[in-house]
Design a protein around this ligand. Structure first.
Ligand SMILES: *Cc1c(COP(=O)(O)O)cnc(C)c1O
Length: 426
């Protein structure tokens, strides 16, 4: 049996479909984010600017977080010593969970090793504990939520993206007496659009459903204290379970849910993804907490991020580039073809020292391949002008389309009538 060739063939399939992924070798420079050292295939190093980081606010190199991590590692060491069942909970993790519960004004919070794990564990466990639960899941939910829905083994109905009327029809068609769980995100990270949270909560109330929201792309960045879109819109008390990451806006690592004590205690007690894995190390917990507490009190990072995102959108649109107009910090630039998208990304890196990862199928629908730009508070106005210059040059060289992006994206959603769960691979 030629085992090796089976794996090689599997990867070749991806290459043929232009879905093979190459990771850039990057070394971030603390104190100078978004600058980093890039090494090519032959290990030649040069400095580049990152325009696609999910360290949205640059908190990964903030003095407060670095100090907290160093100081805690010095005092408590680096590992946590095992699962919480076996080794107990490190003090910084207790404090982190309190900080998170306070952020979302919930009775409790539970930390996991990643946002992915928190979604999988929480959705699967909550749904399994609700007898004969029916899950209502947005069509564009993240792979980790899809995984949670699958793992639960419960029946599911997929509603069209952000389509409240469709959700209502599905809820109305379900037996009133059945427990219901509505799973959705606040900000969808590829299009940068925002869910109709209030309308979804209204429906949940009308039909007696629980609400589960993924605020991964909003925590730290929206609301007066960084509690997310639900905080900004005054809707936190209408959400039953909020899920977030410590890795994006907060710049460290880990995931969590916040909810009432009963839900937290049940997930803590029943989720294998929580029980059977080593807890986060104390230094990481301390750094995450320092980041959260800093962002509760400071809005400078949030307002600068919004300013730089607005400026980037305006400047790129003004240069005739196909920017999707979003209400958030995410700036998608439509290319519409996998090969061209990769070529644009390569040319930006090779010729202009700018790193923007191509986003291709299955992360986004075919025909909507794009460059996803994430301006941070640390991208200067000058960097934005450099970006415009580089993009215009690439768009001209590759003869990329300049039509309005919004129409193409909307069309792709309307034509993709497929409401089955997509395969995970994005
Ligand atoms: C990144 C992401 C996650 C997973 O968070 P990690 O902490 O990176 O594992 C969950 N949900 C959404 C919407 C995401 O984009």
């Amino acid at each position: 049996m030629d085992y090796r060739s089976i794996f090689e063939d599997a990867v070749d399939t991806l290459r043929q479909e232009k879905r093979y992924r190459v990771f850039a070798d990057l070394e971030r420079i603390a104190g100078r984010f978004p600058r980093a050292v890039y090494r090519d295939g032959s290990d030649n190093a040069r400095e580049i600017t990152i325009w696609c980081s999910n360290d949205y606010l640059g908190m990964g190199q903030h003095e407060t977080t670095i100090t907290a991590m160093q100081e805690t590692a010095g005092r408590l060491g680096v590992g946590s010593g095992g699962t919480r069942n076996i080794s107990g909970t490190n003090r910084p993790l207790v404090e982190l969970e309190r900080s998170l519960a306070d952020l979302h004004r919930k009775e409790g919070a539970l930390v996991f090793t990643s946002g992915f794990v928190s979604n999988e564990a929480a959705i699967a466990t909550i749904a399994r504990l609700l007898p004969d639960c029916m899950i209502f899941s947005d069509q564009l939910n993240h792979a980790s939520m899809i995984q949670g829905v699958r793992q639960s083994g419960m029946q599911k109905a997929i509603f069209r993206h952000n389509d409240v009327a469709h959700l209502r029809d599905l809820l109305a068609a379900c037996d009133r007496k059945r427990p219901k769980l509505i799973c959705f995100e606040s900000i969808y990270s590829m299009d940068g659009d925002v869910a109709p949270i209030k309308e979804i909560c209204d429906l949940a109330e009308e039909f007696g459903a629980m609400t589960y929201i993924d605020e991964v792309h909003a925590v730290g960045m929206y609301g007066p204290r960084g509690g997310g879109i639900a905080e900004r819109d005054g809707l936190m008390d209408r959400i039953d379970v909020v899920e977030g990451t410590l890795a994006k806006g907060f710049g460290v690592m880990g995931g969590y849910i916040a909810a009432n004590k009963a839900i937290i205690d049940a997930v803590r007690s029943y989720a294998p993804e929580f029980i059977f894995t080593t807890s986060l190390p104390p230094a990481l917990c301390a750094a995450a907490r320092a980041s959260i507490e800093h962002l509760k009190a400071s809005s400078v990072e949030r307002s600068m991020q919004q300013r730089q995102a607005r400026l980037t959108k305006a400047i790129l649109a003004d240069a005739g580039l196909p920017v999707m107009q979003t209400d958030t910090h995410i700036v998608p630039l439509l290319v519409g073809d996998a090969r061209q998208c990769k070529a644009a990304s390569d040319m930006l890196l090779e010729k202009h020292n700018i790193y923007i990862q191509p986003i291709n199928y299955p992360t986004v629908p075919k025909g909507t391949e794009r460059l996803r730009i994430t301006p941070t508070p640390l991208h200067t106005d000058e960097m934005i002008f450099e970006l415009r210059h580089a993009l215009v040059s690439v768009w001209t060289s590759l003869e990329l389309p300049r039509e309005r992006a919004d129409a193409a994206i909307t069309a792709s959603k309307l034509t993709s009538g497929d409401l089955t769960l997509p395969t995970i691979g994005g």
